[in-house]
Design a protein around this ligand. Structure first.
Ligand SMILES: [Zn+2]
Length: 309
C-alpha cells in the first residue's frame, strides 16, 4: 500500500502532495490568499492552507428562497444529467449527498427510487432539507459513517472546498459498498471564466480583483482551495481507490441564471449589462474551445485506498 502526506500540508516548499513534484509557480496572490500551481501535475492549490475551518454558514443572511429558485432553474437540470449517468451503474440503493444544501438533489434521487440521505453544514439549509429527508448536520469529517453502507455518494461542488481531499475521499471510499459509485463536480482549472479573471488581474497589475474574488469565493467561508483538471483529478481519484467511468465538462452558469448569479455583482445597470454581454460571449467561447468551467465525474470504488500517512 502507498502512503502519502496529507494534502493539507502547509509548508509551500514541500513537494506537491498529489504528484510529489518539487516545483511550483505563483498562480496569484490576493488579499492574503496565495495560490500556487504545481509545474508537474498542474494542480492549483491555496498555499498555505488553513489548518482547519472554523464553523461558519455561507447561507447566513442569504435569501434562501431566492437561492432555491436559482437551484431549481440552474442546478436541477445539471443534477438530472448527472443522476441519469449514475443510474447507468446503480439503479437504486442507499445514496448519500454530501453538502446537500436545501435537498433538491435528494428530491430527484428519491423520486428515482434511491433511499436518499444528506449531510449539510449550514443550519439554515439543513432546516429546509430536513423537512423531506434524513440529513446529518456538519461536515463529513465530523460525522461517523458506517463502512460498506452506501451504494452511491455524491459531492456536487464540494471537493474544491475541502482542505484535505485525500483523507476526505478515503472516508467516502470506506463508506461505499464494493463497486459503489461516486459522483462529483469540481471547478476546472482549464475553465475560460477562471482564466479570464486571472488574466484581468495580471494584466491590470492587480487592480482588477473582483472577478477572481467571486470565482474563487475568497470572501466566503467556504473558499475554493483547489482547482483540478482532468489529469490531476484522475490521479487523485486513482490514489484514493476510484476508477473513473465517465467525465464531462459543464458550464458554471447559464444566461437564464445570470440575474441570480449577479446578485452580489455591480448594482449599476450599465455595468450589469456589460457584464452580461461579456459572460454571454465567454459562455459560447468556452463551449467552442472546450474550456467550460466545471468537470463532472462518475467513478467506481475499486482496489484499496491509501493507508494512513
Ligand atoms: Zn503536482
Amino acid at each position: 500500500m502507498i502512503s502519502l502526506p496529507p494534502m493539507a500540508a502547509n509548508n509551500e516548499d514541500r513537494p506537491c502532495s498529489l504528484c510529489g513534484g518539487g516545483k511550483h509557480r505563483l498562480h496569484f496572490a490576493l488579499n492574503g490568499n496565495v495560490f500556487r500551481r504545481c509545474r508537474s501535475c498542474g494542480l492549483i492549490k491555496m498555499a498555505p492552507l488553513p489548518e482547519r475551518l472554523a464553523k461558519g454558514d455561507d447561507y447566513a443572511g442569504y435569501d434562501l428562497e431566492r437561492q432555491r429558485q436559482f437551484t431549481r432553474l440552474f442546478f436541477v437540470p445539471q443534477y438530472w444529467r448527472a443522476l441519469r449517468l449514475i443510474q447507468r451503474y446503480k439503479s437504486g440503493g442507499r445514496l448519500l449527498d454530501v453538502g446537500c444544501g436545501t435537498g433538491e438533489f435528494l428530491d430527484l434521487a428519491r423520486q428515482e427510487g434511491f433511499l436518499a440521505f444528506g449531510i449539510e453544514p449550514s443550519e439554515r439549509a439543513l432546516f429546509i432539507a430536513r423537512r423531506s429527508h434524513p440529513v446529518a448536520w456538519g461536515e463529513l469529517n465530523d460525522i461517523s459513517l458506517k463502512e460498506n453502507f452506501f451504494d452511491v455518494v455524491t459531492l456536487w461542488s464540494v471537493l474544491e472546498h475541502v482542505i484535505d481531499p485525500i483523507s476526505f475521499l478515503r472516508k467516502v471510499w470506506l463508506s461505499l459498498k464494493k463497486d459503489g459509485i461516486l459522483g462529483l463536480r469540481v471547478p476546472s482549472s482549464r475553465g475560460l471564466l477562471a482564466l479570464s479573471a486571472l488574466w484581468l488581474h495580471r494584466l491590470s497589475a492587480g487592480k482588477i480583483k473582483r472577478p477572481l474574488k467571486v470565482i474563487y469565493q475568497l470572501e466566503w467561508h467556504y473558499k475554493h482551495f483547489y482547482y483540478y483538471d482532468r489529469k490531476n483529478i484522475a490521479l487523485l481519484l486513482e490514489k484514493c481507490g476510484f476508477e473513473i467511468l465517465e467525465t464531462y465538462d459543464e458550464s458554471a452558469y447559464s444566461i437564464s441564471s445570470l440575474d441570480f448569479r449577479m446578485d452580489y455583482l455591480p448594482r449599476s445597470k450599465a455595468l450589469r449589462t456589460m457584464l452580461k454581454a461579456a459572460l454571454f460571449f465567454n459562455l459560447h467561447l468556452s463551449r467552442l474551445l472546450r474550456r467550460q468551467d466545471e468537470l463532472v465525474i462518475v467513478a467506481k470504488k475499486s482496489g484499496r485506498p491509501l493507508s494512513s500517512p
